[in-house]
Design a protein around this ligand. Structure first.
Ligand SMILES: [Zn+2]
Ligand SMILES: [Zn+2]
Length: 668
């Protein structure tokens, strides 16, 4: 447990103590540390709301002021059971009711394992620790929210109240955190996205989690795609284009079905021969009925009693047709039924199609669409592919958790000898992007396998795991990239790297994943002809440095607070004539800029100039070119840049050249 986690968890004890001071009958469940803070789950008749927070925090303050020691006590199982039954555990005194959740918790501790309490003042809790020394070590705290949560996260269990809080060493750290929260709220991508007309959600007609990109948002994603296309082109990638759906067979082969099925949209059932199927079925039934009727007539003529007609007809028809003894009319009916059944069997089966949740399987099929030799390797297939994932509606969140995603995807097929160089080149691409977007803090989390999981959680190929992980580790070390290794977190088919970045206000985002895949190319039977004329299975690197448009734009909105650099700004230039006399001159400037693909427009109305400047500022137009009579006479423009203010009058040609250069170089 890190020092910060110890502090946060200790504060959960303080929170619990405060709750019990106010509501002694509260039943406490669990109170762990979480990212940034802690929570405590509890059952209480009184419904806690943020209005209760000041009173709870006042009690917490008293407890930290008292500077109580967190005292560790080891007890016997009997003692623990007794204390839970008398309501003493997770409480300040014995109580009329047993401590329900603590009792269950004690019972779940395996026989023979040590049972420990932590005591601070009167509060006694079942806990393994560790904690800070004293309650006074918690320098600053704040309750942040209350929610409901199922006991142990299982919806079959009763619903509890979960109170969240944060805790820090001192007041300064808490103030910094509060400031960051404020700033994050101001930069909220959902709020800015709506204000700037970047995207819209239309749950009623389009569906939840399926963003519509509005013109301003589309301008941004097209700039990102251009960046990716140019960067990848220079790095030797080739582009491909694939459909959004594929047959069931594809995902059975890839292993997505059945393991990943719940994250996919339900299948579309498609029967391309539905009409013929119905026709042949009816035809077969009709002919069979006729054959039966004709044969039954024969049976009755022969004097077969009614109860035995069915069995007699069956024998008659099978034997009769085997011996070729049927009358022409019966034979015709039997033949017709047979040929209809045969036609039915020969119809292609109905099939299921799935929306793709990943682009890899399609790319694998592109790999095998042509014979490949060592000369084609490495083969780097790239596509901004649109995938669909079924996220629970409760999990959906703005652009961060969506159901349709446009992914900066690529699959690099290479030989083991080429791997290190390819992997390194991918990392360099990341660093190049970080520089462009001013991302200064990042970490690559390198997830590796664990031996125990082989054959269960991980494909059972010990040698390949060790070899590939070693290759990745070496590249990470040699390139001096900031990384941390996390054992037993790899993907099923190979080690992976999650790239975490921090926005300028210090919030963390997981943007992209790199994966090494040494299993799936084999499942798809991908091979290339090697120099020695033998067929070899390639390794595959999955990479998506810019993640998905959805998440990356969501990140960028917060990162830039909507004030995008010129090259990314949805509205790059707004030209404002001061009076009607400059309209023609301004139109010419707009035409010249648009001729160079700059997103420029002119705005003129009878409003005062100040009002129009204010509107452009609010719309976050990057550069304003303001033109008065004197500017026009000198073939000049007055430049005003969003966030920088007035830069004065400059020659028109110089200003336009400057704008074009800033866009081309993707200046920050
Ligand atoms: Zn504890
Ligand atoms: Zn992939």
């Amino acid at each position: 447990m890190s020092e910060a986690e110890r502090l946060r968890h200790s504060c959960a004890h303080v929170l619990a103590t405060a709750i019990l001071k106010l509501w002694p009958d509260a039943q406490l469940a669990y109170g762990p540390a979480v990212e940034d803070g802690y929570y405590y789950d509890l059952d209480l008749k009184h419904r806690i709301t943020p209005d209760d927070f000041p009173a709870i925090e006042a009690e917490m303050k008293k407890i930290t002021k008292e500077n109580l020691v967190f005292e560790k006590v080891t007890v016997t199982r009997e003692q623990a059971l007794r204390d839970a039954e008398t309501g003493r555990l997770g409480a300040l005194t014995e109580r009329p009711e047993p401590s329900r959740f603590k009792l269950e918790n004690v019972r779940s501790i395996p026989e023979g394992e040590a049972i420990t309490y932590y005591k601070s003042g009167d509060f006694l809790d079942l806990c393994a620790g560790p904690h800070v020394m004293r309650t006074g070590n918690i320098g600053a705290f704040k309750l942040t929210s209350v929610a409901s949560a199922y006991y142990k996260g299982d919806e079959k269990n009763p619903q509890l109240q979960r109170i969240y809080g944060v805790a820090f060493k001192n007041r300064t750290q808490l103030d910094e955190w509060l400031k960051m929260q404020e700033e994050a709220k101001r930069r909220d991508h959902r709020k800015l996205g709506a204000e700037m007309g970047l995207f819209a959600m239309d749950a009623e007609y389009v569906g939840p989690g399926l963003p519509l990109w509005l013109p301003n948002g589309t301008a941004i994603i097209e700039e990102l795609e251009t960046l990716a296309k140019q960067t990848e082109f220079q790095a030797g990638y080739v582009r491909v284009k694939t459909p959004h759906i594929a047959r069931e067979k594809m995902y059975v082969t890839s292993g997505h079905l059945p393991y990943y099925a719940e994250s996919m949209f339900p299948p579309m059932n498609l029967d391309e021969c539905a009409e013929e199927r119905t026709k042949f079925k009816a035809q077969a039934e009709r002919a069979k009925a006729l054959a039966y009727e004709l044969a039954a007539a024969v049976a009755r003529k022969e004097g077969v009693i009614e109860d035995n007609v069915g069995a007699w007809v069956e024998d008659f028809l099978t034997q009769g047709s085997a011996l070729g003894q049927l009358s022409p009319a019966v034979k015709e009916a039997v033949d017709e039924a047979r040929s209809a059944e045969k036609a039915l069997r020969e119809l292609p089966m109905a099939d299921r199609y799935y929306l793709k949740a990943m682009n890899c399987p399609h790319h694998h099929r592109i790999f095998s669409a042509q014979p490949r030799s060592y000369r084609d390797m490495p083969l780097r297939l790239a596509e901004y592919g649109c995938c669909y994932r079924y996220e629970q509606s409760g999990e959906l969140f703005g652009l961060m958790r969506v159901r349709s995603l446009n992914m900066n995807d690529s699959h690099i097929y290479c030989s083991p000898e080429q791997f290190a160089q390819e992997f390194n080149a991918v990392n360099e691409m990341y660093l190049k992007y970080f520089k462009i977007f001013g991302i200064e803090k990042y970490v690559m989390r390198f997830s590796t396998h664990a031996k125990e999981g082989l054959g269960k959680k991980y494909v059972d190929q010990s040698d390949l795991w060790l070899k590939t992980e070693e290759m990745v580790r070496r590249v990470l070390k040699e390139s001096g990239i900031n990384y941390e290794e996390v054992p037993n977190e790899a993907a099923f088919y190979g080690p992976k790297i999650d790239v975490q970045v921090w926005s300028v206000i210090g919030r963390e985002f997981t943007l992209a994943t790199n994966q090494v895949d040494f299993a799936v190319p084999g499942r798809f039977g991908l091979v290339y002809r090697d120099k020695d004329n033998s067929d070899k299975t390639p390794l595959c690197i999955h990479r998506a440095p810019l993640g998905t448009h959805e998440r990356f734009v969501g990140f960028l909105i917060e990162h830039y607070a909507g004030n995008f650099p010129l090259w990314l700004a949805p509205e790059q230039v707004r030209v404002l004539p001061i009076t009607q006399d400059q309209i023609a001159y301004c139109e010419e400037i707009v035409k010249e800029l648009r001729g160079q693909y700059v997103r420029a427009s002119m705005e003129f109305s009878n409003d005062k100039l100040q009002g129009r400047i204010k509107r452009a500022e609010e719309a976050k137009a990057h550069t304003m070119l303001i033109v008065g009579g004197r500017d026009q006479a000198a073939n000049a423009v007055s430049v005003r840049v969003h966030g920088k203010g007035d830069l004065g009058s400059k020659p028109r040609a110089e200003v336009i050249a400057g704008i074009l250069a800033a866009i081309k170089e993707r200046q920050a």
